[in-house]
Design a protein around this ligand. Structure first.
Ligand SMILES: Nc1ncnc2c1ncn2[C@@H]1O[C@H](COP(=O)(O)OP(=O)(O)O)[C@@H](O)[C@H]1O
Ligand SMILES: [Mg+2]
Length: 264
């Protein structure tokens, strides 16, 4: 399997702050990664680098077989699906949901086209179905619940048939039901062999969807542990990542963590 993402000793510095500190990471085709870390750990920075939206201060970044710095990132970006709170804010509240999804293809592949063709609309419908938001197609984005918006954004990110899907905290701000809906949608995507390599950023192990294969844990810009979930996601690594003694439990492919109150 070839690598879709290859970071070697990647450092991102802003003034005196070290946002990423010598991060080395390889994501291969077919893999589904969760990036865990507390607020400020560098997760969004890492995703920005992976999305070819930010250049590292030092180190090498390969995205979809291209070395960043030697290619036109505008050719690369359409091959990457990205969702984040910052991108969501730019979606007009009065835009129809089906247009929110279909316009992703307009923005990147069809600048010259005045109208979307039927195939685009069919694809948008089927993606909305895949994220279980088909019945929302004719609503405006502003009338959706937070959870529904997150699912529509994922459909939009998939519209261009990306080779890499990057999701920055899609479960942030959701209530329990919204989170569970999203986790199950992401789980369906994870198990679908047609889905692109995926990186999901989160700070809660409860949000890891079944079917995700790998984890990378970050603390203060440094990798604490990475690898297949069942090996790398240990109580010890999680405790180091969040800087407190944690108890980690797994049940039916779902995880839960809580602070260890008494050392045994
Ligand atoms: N332009 C910047 N200059 C200085 N510090 C920054 C800048 N952008 C982000 N940071 C800091 O870098 C750290 C990592 O940020 P971020 O990648 O957004 O973390 P996360 O997504 O894990 O919460 C945070 O402490 C943040 O305050
Ligand atoms: Mg962040």
């Amino acid at each position: 399997m070839s690598a879709v993402l290859e970071l070697a000793e990647v450092t991102v510095r802003r003034g005196d702050a070290l946002l990423l500190d010598r991060v080395t990471w390889i994501v291969k085709e077919g893999e589904r990664w969760v990036v865990l870390g507390s607020n400020g750990a560098g997760k969004t920075t890492l995703l920005q680098v992976a999305a070819a939206q930010m250049y590292p201060t030092s180190g090498a970044v390969g995205v979809l077989g291209e070395l960043i710095g030697t290619v036109d990132v505008f050719d690369l970006r359409p091959r990457i699906g990205l969702t984040s709170a910052a991108l969501a804010e730019r979606i007009p509240r009065d835009e129809k949901v089906s247009d929110v999804v279909v316009s992703a293809s307009y923005a990147v592949v069809g600048r010259w086209r005045e109208q979307y063709d039927d195939l685009d609309h069919d694809r948008a419908r089927s993606l909305l179905r895949e994220v279980r938001a088909e019945r929302l197609a004719d609503r405006t984005f502003g009338t959706l619940s937070e959870g529904e918006r997150k699912r529509v954004q994922i459909a939009r990110a998939l519209m261009t048939d990306p080779e890499l899907l990057l999701l920055d905290e899609p479960a942030a701000g959701l209530d329990l039901g919204g989170r569970e809906d999203l986790v199950s949608t992401l789980s369906v995507l994870a198990y679908d062999p047609a889905s692109p390599a995926t990186v999901l950023v989160s700070h809660h192990v409860e949000e890891i969807p079944p079917g995700f294969t790998h984890v990378l844990m970050l603390r203060e810009g440094r990798v604490v542990a990475d690898g297949p979930i069942e090996q790398a996601l240990t109580q010890e690594a999680l405790s180091r990542t969040f800087g407190m003694p944690l108890v980690l439990e797994e049940h039916d492919g779902r995880y839960a963590a809580r602070r260890r109150l008494h050392r045994i």
